[in-house]
Unconditional design. Structure first.
Length: 109
């Protein structure tokens, strides 16, 4: 697991800069199963049942609240598609990768 999961998001109004494409590619290599899609990083998590899916969604919401950085999520019976983009800068920031790594760590539990 990358050190990203131990990071802390910075407030967007404090001057978070959009990442350059080379930085995005480098950070994507530190994540497992995430890909670039329409300017966001996305991943679909799979679960055994609805209960596990919703437990993950609730835990992801708690992490997002603590980091003050929120993903778009599409929830199904046994899947949750997560997409991160920093809307305030209309691009990707390190915050997106920090939160993605935190969700991967959660998924491993």
């Amino acid at each position: 697991m990358s050190d990203l999961a131990n990071g802390k998001c910075k407030p967007c109004e404090g001057g978070v800069d959009p990442l350059q494409p080379t930085e995005v590619e480098s950070l994507l290599k530190q994540l497992n199963g995430w890909m670039l899609s329409n300017g966001a990083i996305v991943k679909t998590y799979s679960f055994k049942n609805y209960y596990q899916t919703i437990a993950f969604v609730n835990a992801a919401a708690w992490i997002s609240h603590r980091e003050d950085h929120h993903p778009d999520m599409a929830v199904g019976y046994n899947t949750c598609r997560v997409a991160y983009v920093t809307h305030a800068i209309n691009g990707l920031s390190v915050n997106d990768f920090i939160c993605a790594a935190k969700l991967d760590r959660l998924f491993e539990l």
